[in-house]
Design a protein around this ligand. Structure first.
Ligand code: ADP
Ligand code: MG
Length: 350
């Protein structure tokens, strides 16, 4: 537990030298109270040092031993390593916080939507009125600057609307389980817009969309899968040489009619050891605060629920590719539920 090479030397040490100074003070007080009250103490949490100097959590219980006359004759101490429990607890708190953030984001997105629609509508009306007035007065040149400004403002509000829509896709909570027919390309575009600020410092983004059928899935959950994989790809690439690195998104249809989505990066790649444990909950090679080790576990669960599968190829130093296979929507569904005509989808994407 203490990572000591020499057991005898460890036993000869004052246990307080195995603790950070503040903790040692606490431990001293803790033993003093034991001698004063004589009451055993259970499960007191402390930090201690391992052999390599790193700090870990222990749970300590102590009881007083007495001789035949009832005077204190010694102390029995039980020290258990609880660092793994502590880590799990922290992860749970983090995912809990993420969930509340998601709900908050959904709420905010909802609140922004209505006033935003009003702003967009009014900008359209104003631009129309100015254009008409300019024309009747024969002042087109004089008004062109104002019209341009209105046009820019309208474009910027369009971008806000996209962000708000993305937030809603990713944080939708109430109808989480509802399945619908979705266009994987549209969901991917949404994901990439969200992750763009992270991507652009690390890699070029290459998109290779093939013709794919609609899939039957929950849009926000599928978006979460894509986002997790894209963020992993980003995190596998060191910052600074964006022109030398690539994140490549490819969609295609295989011979069985399944949609194949590939997310490939030119990052660090993975060793066999990492590949074996990839989908294990809480498995992460990232520092605390960066990784939770839950991303791929969640991805796998969501993809399996949809009836798809997830596969990975990786080479150390070369990069990684995740392949998701998704079944196409059942024929009846995709025909009469085709949500928007292809032309409108294309226009929305801009
Ligand atoms: P997290 O990202 O929080 O660490 P994940 O479940 O998303 O958790 O990933 C688990 C581990 O798999 C990561 O810590 C990393 O070691 C490895 N991994 C995942 N995706 C990639 C990738 N694209 N390139 C290299 N390693 C990856
Ligand atoms: Mg991850």
């Amino acid at each position: 537990m203490f990572g000591a090479a020499d057991e005898k030397a460890l036993l000869a040490r004052d246990f307080r030298t195995l603790m950070p100074p503040d903790e040692a003070k606490r431990a001293t007080a803790f033993f003093e109270s034991l001698f004063v009250s004589g009451e055993p103490l259970h499960g007191v949490e402390h930090q201690m040092y391992r052999g390599d100097g790193s700090v870990f959590w222990v749970s300590v219980s102590v009881a007083l031993l007495r001789d035949s006359r009832g005077s204190p004759a010694g102390v029995v101490t039980n020290i258990a390593d609880i660092s793994e429990q502590k880590r799990m607890q922290e992860q749970l708190i983090t995912s809990d916080r993420m969930a509340s953030m998601g709900m908050l984001a959904a709420g905010v997105a909802h609140e922004i939507n209505n006033p935003l629609a009003a702003v967009m509508g009014n900008l359209d009306l104003a631009a129309e009125a100015v254009a008409k007035r300019a024309e009747t007065l024969g002042l087109a040149a004089e008004f062109s600057e104002v019209l341009e400004e209105l046009h820019d403002a309208r474009e910027a509000t369009g971008r806000i609307r996209n962000i708000v829509r993305d937030l809603k896709i990713f944080s939708r909570s109430g109808d989480d389980e509802k399945k619908d027919v979705v266009d994987v390309e549209r969901v991917m575009e949404s994901t990439l817009r969200m992750a763009w600020t992270e991507i652009r410092h690390r890699a070029r983004l290459v998109k290779n969309y093939g013709k794919t059928p609609l899939c039957e899935a929950n849009e926000s959950r599928l978006g979460q899968v894509f986002l997790n994989l894209v963020v992993n790809a980003v995190q596998a690439i060191a910052e600074g040489s964006a022109e030398k690195n690539e994140i490549r998104i490819t969609t295609s249809t295989d011979e069985t009619g399944h949609v194949i989505v590939e997310i490939a990066d030119t990052g660090d790649g993975m060793t066999k050891d990492v590949l074996d444990r990839l989908f294990t909950p809480f498995f992460t090679t990232k520092p605390r605060g960066v990784g939770t080790g839950l991303g791929l576990t969640i991805c796998q669960r969501i993809v399996t629920e949809i009836g798809g599968s997830i596969d990975v190829k990786s080479l150390v130093g070369k990069g990684t590719a995740f392949l998701i296979s998704l079944p196409p929507a059942r024929p009846g569904l995709s025909e009469d539920k085709q949500p928007v005509s292809p032309r409108i989808v294309a226009a929305n994407r801009r």
